[in-house]
Design a protein around this ligand. Structure first.
Ligand code: F6R
Length: 603
């Protein structure tokens, strides 16, 4: 989850490049930061608790460097403080690390018996000592790396400087992402593309158990035996503007506003030409069951996908949290497809679940946003969502893009299996083609959400209720509110409330609900009235004009009547905006919420 960067430059601007890169990587972790650079004959280390701007203030403004490494941290071992912040230095070796060394306790004991002592509570300092130990034995950083790779268990993307080789930077990787890149005068290593987009959009990928040797002139790649490797140059299809806020105050609101475009961009290749383009999606005909595996918001997208695949294509779907799926019995066969959904393509639990399914020879499909990410490269087939760089920690545009693909998969499967007639499929495709125009008014209506936010932002808790598809969407709405505003918000299936949780409803408890399914709406309305009878205040999102007139509803957002295929987009956007406006009034750090980070690369 941490962000790392390394720079070897022909210029003396390495410090600025590291700081700029760290700012772009800050969404990956932001509790402490640090950097190390070569100054004359020494390696200078500066670190701090807090953000990159705090680090910037601590750096000696007179210093210039042409080589260095930097880190922005999301604490795993040991609290967020200066001692635990990276870089760590032991003996001749200085490193920054993203990942977890799982056998660090065992390695620590061994290294202590060799005379090493440790200042921090981190696994990274142990990794650094291990690299130093083998460096002292062999007097070769490359040899030390090769032995380290055999001995360290866990995940790592590491940038390394050695006191004795001050013109060289090393990078090594296992299970945590790492890219290398070159601009006209500088070579880079980084955990993520936004760090280098300012300088170049071509890059190389390091695979597990590989390392790179980086100087200002070149980057050389090796496998764990030290044999040279040739790497294919990759191209990232975005400009540096893609990872900037533009005129918006937060990435989150920029990303919410981008959705009409990102959903369309994601769907376009599969809807532009009617059935012919829909057929570009993988066939699901041979499958009797689908398992969808994901975490967090991507898991919610999976729930929405389940609804459409079951309702319209009659395929039974299980939606599983990756952290559970990776350890449970799987019951796979050639008639089961496992779909992995992930924005980052690096989520540790999702990746581990995928590795397990591959071991058991299951069929896999990925719905992934980040091109060439680990999950994208490991699945049998991948469909890329076209959400572009998602920087805000709270996922918005990736969610709607994932839902768009799942809906199209359901339509394809329904057509193939004959559960929907060609004419019906074409009608829905046509409706999806006009989605953009229906979303724009929802986004231009910010005063509506601001007004509700005024009423809600000081509440101690907020309930979200729904049934069926509405329940799935409310879960995502409640997650958005919790993560960025810190208001405890629980989501319940409306019918479940009476089985215990209604005891929490009291005078003026806010209930947010959506009713978009004529079969289920009367039931949900009864449940809402039960809460009203106990003093609750009801905020309803619906496309049913009659419900909107109900006297027990305190506030209504009336949506345009559409087919169900458009409902997820129309319901979730108001919920995203409401969470944003509430967090804004509460003066929360919206793009970097407390304790969270983007791309959860640890278990
Ligand atoms: C919530 C959020 C997380 C992610 C989850 C999975 O707003 O962003 O719940 O959805 O960590 O991440 P990816 O999609 O990268 O696998």
């Amino acid at each position: 989850m941490c962000g790392i960067i390394g720079v070897a430059s022909k210029t003396n601007q390495a410090l600025q490049m590291i700081l700029q890169g760290l700012e772009k990587l800050e969404y990956r972790g932001y509790d402490s930061a640090g950097l190390a650079y070569v100054k004359e004959n020494n390696i200078v280390i500066t670190k701090t608790k807090g953000r990159i701007k705090d680090l910037e203030e601590k750096i000696n403004k007179q210093d210039h460097a042409s080589i260095g490494i930097g880190h922005t941290r999301w604490a795993t071992h040991g609290e967020a403080n200066e001692i635990n912040a990276h870089p760590h230095q032991v003996g001749k070796i200085t490193i920054v690390h993203n990942g977890i060394i799982e056998n660090y306790q065992e390695l620590k004991k061994k290294l202590e018996s060799f005379g090493y002592s440790f200042r921090s509570s981190t696994d990274t300092e142990v990794a650094c000592a291990l690299l130093d130990y083998y460096y002292q034995q062999t007097k070769s950083v490359e040899k030390a790396i090769q032995v380290f790779m055999k001995e360290a268990i866990g995940s790592y993307a590491i940038g390394l400087l050695c006191q004795e080789e001050k013109e060289t930077l090393y990078a090594l990787k296992k299970d945590s992402p790492l890219i290398l890149a070159s601009s006209k005068d500088t070579n880079f290593m980084a955990s993520d593309i936004p760090a280098i987009l300012e300088y170049t959009n071509t890059y190389y990928l390091l695979d597990d158990y590989e390392y790179a040797v980086i100087t200002q002139d070149q980057i050389s790649f090796y496998n764990k035996e030290g044999e040279p490797l040739q790497k294919e140059e990759k191209h990232y299809d975005a400009t540096k503007e893609a990872s900037s806020k533009g005129s918006y105050p937060h990435y989150m609101i920029k990303e919410i506003m981008e959705q009409p475009d990102t959903i369309w961009k994601t769907m376009e290749p599969f809807v532009e030409d009617g059935l012919a383009s829909l057929k570009k999606l993988p066939s699901l005909k041979k499958y009797d069951r689908i398992d969808i595996v994901a975490c967090g918001t991507a898991w919610h997208a999976g729930l929405v996908g389940k609804y459409f695949l079951e309702e319209y294509a009659s395929i039974p779907v299980d939606v599983c949290l990756a952290s559970e799926y990776r350890y449970k019995r799987l019951f796979l066969s050639s008639r089961v497809l496992v779909i992995f959904i992930s924005q980052s393509g690096e989520t540790a639990d999702t990746l581990a679940a995928l590795k397990r399914v591959k071991q058991e020879e299951g069929d896999t499909l990925g719905i992934i946003n980040v091109k060439d990410s680990s999950i994208a490269r490991f699945v049998d087939r991948v469909i890329y969502t076209q959400a572009g760089c998602e920087i805000a920690v709270a996922s918005t545009k990736a969610f709607t893009a994932q839902v768009a693909i799942l809906i199209l998969l359901a339509l394809t499967a329904a057509y193939e299996k004959g559960t929907m007639k060609e004419k019906e499929v074409l009608t829905f495709l046509e409706e999806l083609r006009h989605l953009k125009a229906k979303l724009t008014p929802l986004l231009s209506n910010r005063e509506v959400y601001q007004k509700i936010a005024e009423e809600l932002y000081q509440k101690e808790d907020i309930f979200y209720l729904g049934r069926g598809l509405d329940y799935d969407l409310m879960m995502e709405g409640a997650l958005k509110l919790k993560e960025i505003s810190y208001i405890p918000s629980v989501c319940y299936a409306a019918g479940e409330l009476k089985h215990g949780t209604i005891s929490l409803v009291k005078e003026a408890t806010p209930i947010i609900a959506s009713c978009t399914n004529p079969l289920l709406d009367p039931k949900t309305m009864s449940n809402l009235k039960e809460t009203k009878a106990r003093g609750a205040k009801i905020y309803l999102i619906t496309n049913n004009e009659e419900l909107a007139k109900d006297k027990d509803i305190d506030s209504v957002l009336l949506l345009e009547k559409t087919s169900e295929f458009l409902v997820p987009f129309l319901v979730i956007i108001p919920l995203q905006l409401l969470a944003y406006e509430i967090a804004l009034l509460r003066k929360c750090d919206i793009d970097k919420p407390r304790n969270l980070a983007k791309a959860v690369t640890v278990e």
